[in-house]
Design a protein around this ligand. Structure first.
Ligand SMILES: [Zn+2]
Length: 350
């Protein structure tokens, strides 16, 4: 089957083309060509993943050159989701619907979540943010399912357990040693800093996170509830005394009782940290705006948290979730970029 152009945009320097190919069964595969920067021959079999690869450029701010007829509504929907200002969408409407008369751009405002969400963010003083793995992957934290080497053959669910710690402390320590080493070069991204800034401005009351990497702390968020614990500190498994990370990595035991040392993460099969959860639940119940970011809400009990909120709810995630219909605003896009746009809109509204 021949390659087809799905979407082509003209940036300040380059043409960016999203191409696709259909197999005999009608299934698409996609890839991106960035002109002089070269073709990204990574292939996607998911439309949204392919489109998110385009998100590395502000493609929706570029001039649309070609839109595939079969993808007109999808692309128009994606442009509406990313638009900071509906008035700028006229060229996109023309590219997507060349036969239709252009309506008044104000009629699109209802369908653009960013300006409407920014308006709500500007007004609140008690927003709560719930973040998941998607927040960290944009900082380059490897997803352990796609990890290389030793860990490709070993299921983390078998290593990150109390049983593994007790029966194979070496393997347990090597597993967390690698995860800690991976963290050394990781920095918060623009989205982490926007959330920290909103806390300082009194907009965000707290961040509840499923991530154990400490990036919200690093970015300066003052109130963070770590629902699955943190990798950055270590304690004795037996007596609970805090210990040095170095001692854990070098295989030493607790200086007080001789028990095994371990990171302060929640291991599979362990109870979740009650105090952090209580504080998160209270903050969510009392908040008038909940921002769910970078989580597909697949894991119980975290996926129950958004339902505790009686206020407004928004979700920013790289893929659709089965809970999307419960949110007032749904944005499927890159997180750092989306938060930067929202921050810019909030500042412009002041
Ligand atoms: Zn101890």
């Amino acid at each position: 089957m021949a390659a087809e152009t799905l979407l082509q945009v003209k940036g300040p320097k380059e043409l960016i083309t999203l191409s696709g190919e259909r197999d005999r069964g009608g299934t698409w595969r996609w890839w991106v060509d960035r002109g002089e920067k070269g073709e990204e021959r990574r292939e996607w079999d998911d439309w949204l993943d392919a489109l998110l690869a385009m998100d590395e450029d502000p493609w929706e701010e570029y001039e649309p050159i070609a839109v595939h007829p079969d993808f007109r509504s999808k692309i128009w929907g994606a442009v509406l989701q990313r638009a900071a200002d509906p008035a700028g969408l006229v060229p996109w409407f023309r590219a997507c619907f060349p036969e239709d008369p252009v309506p008044d751009p104000r009629s699109w405002e209802e369908k653009c979540p960013l300006p409407r969400l920014a308006e709500e963010i500007r007004k609140v003083r008690d927003a709560v943010v719930l973040t998941g793995a998607g927040m960290s992957t944009e900082s380059g934290i490897p997803d352990f399912r796609s990890s290389t080497g030793l860990w490709r053959k070993i299921d983390p669910r078998r290593v990150a357990t109390v049983e593994a710690m007790e029966t194979d402390p070496d393997l347990f320590r090597r597993f967390y040693g690698e995860r800690l080493r991976n963290l050394e070069d990781v920095r918060p991204h623009a989205g982490h800093y926007v959330l920290a800034e909103w806390a300082k401005q009194g907009i965000v009351r707290a961040v509840a996170t499923q991530n154990v990497d400490g990036l919200h702390h690093k970015a300066g968020s003052p109130e963070v509830y770590e629902l699955h614990g943190t990798l950055r500190t270590v304690r004795c498994h037996r007596c609970g005394s805090p210990a040095e990370l170095e001692d854990f990595l070098e295989g030493r035991s607790c200086g007080l009782c001789g028990g095994p040392l371990r990171p302060n993460v929640v291991l599979f099969g362990e109870l979740l940290p009650e105090e952090e959860w209580d504080r998160a639940i209270r903050a969510i119940r009392e908040s008038s705006l909940l921002l769910v970011i970078g989580t597909s809400l697949e894991v119980y009990p975290v996926n129950q948290l958004p339902m505790l909120s009686t206020g407004r709810k928004a979700i920013i995630n790289g893929s659709a979730t089965e809970w999307d219909h419960r949110f007032h605003h749904v944005i499927h896009a890159r997180i750092g970029k989306t938060l930067l746009k929202l921050d810019r809109l909030v500042k412009e509204m002041k």
